[in-house]
Write a protein that binds this ligand. Structure first.
Ligand SMILES: [Zn+2]
Length: 392
């Protein structure tokens, strides 16, 4: 993609964009696009990847740059590149700010657009609590063997409350977490509610059909039905959630979101309200999983498992060498980092994902919590997860 092609994929209107690009980060990302300290070729590679990802050859991006990006012209492959960058800024194809991060994140939240960047935005976890545990909205450029780039969804992880001062967090929850801006619904607010699709017969988001909850897709700041593309209807408050990941041979094939207070059966064919692995696991491997294999119980404090099937479930604690067999007599807590093996190569683990409400709850009760045990400890110990652990 040459510089003219790149310009054709840039838009000055975030309403028209398929993604937001953290241009200072992408242009200086030496993991892709050659050895130069700065290069607009990287922007071309990322735009190519965006087109492939969206299936739209004309996919466009809204790019934001720090003012410093136009300097150090000797770091670019040639002088034409920084000159073109300045032209794009003057033409309104690139938005230039002294520091673009805050505006970038505001646009991402407001428009529900993905952000292409390798930055972890550690300094913005309070002003933008929706970044915490976000696994869908941040895309990282990853080099591919054919000298191209693909965009991988990135698990942003949860920044520990210990790293954040109490005072800041209180003022922040007031100032940002609970306030809705004009014409937008913050994601923090969306994840605290249940949603329902207004289309007749659509039960995709129905919270009364068992414990597995689907999170709404955001479109321009509005939660919409993935199937019908219609805005969802508010269906009451959600108390809290946990997420289970299904790993097959080490690949996360699916995430199941479970509500606090729910108990749900998981297996090959668990019946109404259960989590069926049918369709997620190849049929020949499903045979080794019981119809009703496990019971999953989610409380405000923990996620716990009880074995139900004859095939058995092995629990491996984080860091432990030997697994233990789960019994059908009692529920055993599954902490972040533990894995439960249903059959060879088929595992369940807890996602590090937590919604802002859970993090706020953890902060409030922090003095009583011990930093070495339980799921809360996992929040405390988790740093930022650098790599994408999801599919794609
Ligand atoms: Zn629907």
């Amino acid at each position: 993609m040459d510089l003219d092609d790149i310009a054709a994929h840039l838009t000055g209107d975030p309403e028209q964009a398929d993604a937001l690009i953290d241009l200072s980060n992408v242009v200086r990302d030496t993991a892709i696009g050659g050895p130069h300290a700065r290069s607009l070729d990287r922007l071309g590679l990322v735009l190519d990847a965006l087109a492939r990802r969206t299936g739209d050859r004309n996919a466009t991006a809204y790019a934001l740059a720090d003012r410093s990006l136009r300097h150090n012209v000797h770091e670019y492959p040639d002088r034409a590149q920084p000159a073109r960058l300045v032209e794009w800024i003057e033409a309104g194809l690139v938005e230039e700010l002294p520091d673009a991060d805050e505006r970038l994140l505001d646009l991402a939240e407001g428009f529900g657009l993905p952000v292409i960047s390798r930055d972890g935005f550690a300094d913005f976890r309070l002003t933008h609590p929706w970044i915490q545990g976000n696994t869908t909205q941040f895309l990282t450029p990853v080099p591919t063997p054919v000298r191209a780039v693909k965009l991988a969804e990135r698990d942003m992880g949860t920044r520990s409350p210990a790293q954040i001062s109490r005072k800041l967090e209180e003022s922040d929850l007031k100032a940002h977490g609970l306030l809705a801006g004009r014409n937008r619904r913050p994601i923090t607010e969306v994840v605290r509610r249940h949603w329902r699709c207004p289309e007749r017969g659509c039960t995709l988001y129905d919270s009364r059909r068992g414990g597995a909850i689907r999170l709404p897709r955001m479109k321009r700041g509005v939660p919409v039905c993935e199937l019908h593309r219609t805005p969802l209807v508010d269906d009451g408050p959600r108390t809290g959630v946990a997420q289970l990941k299904l790993l097959v041979d080490g690949d996360c094939l699916h995430r199941f979101t479970l509500d606090v207070g729910s108990t749900v059966v998981l297996g090959r064919d668990p019946g109404p309200g259960g989590i069926s692995l049918y369709g997620h696991v190849a049929p020949e491997r499903l045979r080794r999983i019981s119809r009703a294999h496990l019971s999953v119980q989610v409380s405000a404090q923990s996620l716990a498992l009880r074995n139900l099937g004859v095939n058995g479930t092995r629990l491996r604690r984080n860091g432990a060498r030997q697994p233990t067999l789960l019994t059908d007599e009692e529920y055993v807590t599954l902490h972040v980092g533990d894995t439960a093996e249903l059959a060879e190569g088929i595992h369940l683990t807890r996602s590090a994902r937590r919604f802002p409400m859970e993090i706020a709850a953890a902060w409030q009760s922090r003095p009583q919590r011990q930093p070495t045990s339980g799921p809360t400890a996992a929040i405390t110990m988790l740093g930022e997860t650098a790599a994408s652990d999801g599919p794609g």
